[in-house]
Design a protein around this ligand. Structure first.
Ligand code: CA
Length: 220
């Protein structure tokens, strides 16, 4: 899952990016409203963390512009302390949730997980796909209760497939949702990650749908 972080305070931006990467997300960052608006319009983010007080274009305007152009990704806005009118403006502009600064990183991560779950139509923090369970809180994946050891990129690929259980996911979808913007994207590496995952999973868990992509489903 790929997240856009929009925050102009360098320290907080770095803390957010570090925490989100440690939680298994691919993270892009913007430090102003103009770059944020462009990235949100052109890249397929699974969710956005958006500070409202931004240089060049404020966060509410950025959010309104995304919504006006049909960008529907979940957006968590960050508001200044005691600024109830910012919260109202953010929610009216199309925010899905908000957090007031200062906040605990654990709370931000929990709210983001909830947004991603809801966007995917999942009601529980444990995402199930056949014998496979992804605990979105710990980032652990188990098969029939057995912990699956995964590298960072293997986790990103598998987490995206689990969020889209029983759906066909194209290779380009995977590339766009597991890599950060600056990463040198080589589509062959996706095949390498899929091949490694297949070795770790019960046979048939990841199907190849010819010409379309991959589907994670219960082994038949
Ligand atoms: Ca700010």
């Amino acid at each position: 899952m790929r997240i856009l972080v929009v925050e102009d305070e360098p320290t907080l931006r770095a803390q957010l990016a570090d925490a989100l990467r440690a939680a298994g997300y691919a993270v892009d960052c913007a430090d102003n409203g103009v770059d944020a608006r462009h990235l949100g319009e052109t890249e397929p983010y699974d969710a956005v963390v958006l500070d409202l007080g931004l240089p060049r274009i404020d966060g509410v305007t950025v959010l309104k512009s995304w919504r006006a152009t049909g960008r529907a990704m979940p957006v968590l806005v960050l508001t200044a302390r005691d600024s109830w009118h910012e919260k109202v403006a953010g929610i009216d502009a199309g925010a899905d949730d908000y957090l007031t600064k200062p906040f605990h990183m654990e709370e931000l991560l929990a709210r983001l997980r909830a947004l991603l779950r809801r966007a995917g139509g999942h009601s529980s923090a444990d995402l199930r796909c056949g014998p496979l369970v992804l605990d979105t809180r710990s980032g652990r994946v188990t098969v029939d209760g057995r912990l699956l050891p995964l590298t960072g990129h293997e986790y990103r690929v598998l987490a995206y497939l689990v969020h889209h259980c029983d759906q066909v996911v194209s290779r380009s979808d995977l590339i766009e949702h597991i890599y950060e913007q600056d990463f040198d994207r080589d589509s062959n590496t996706v095949e390498v990650f899929i091949a490694r995952l297949r070795k770790k999973l019960p046979p048939g868990t990841i199907e190849t749908v010819r010409g379309l992509g991959y589907r994670l489903s219960e082994p038949r």
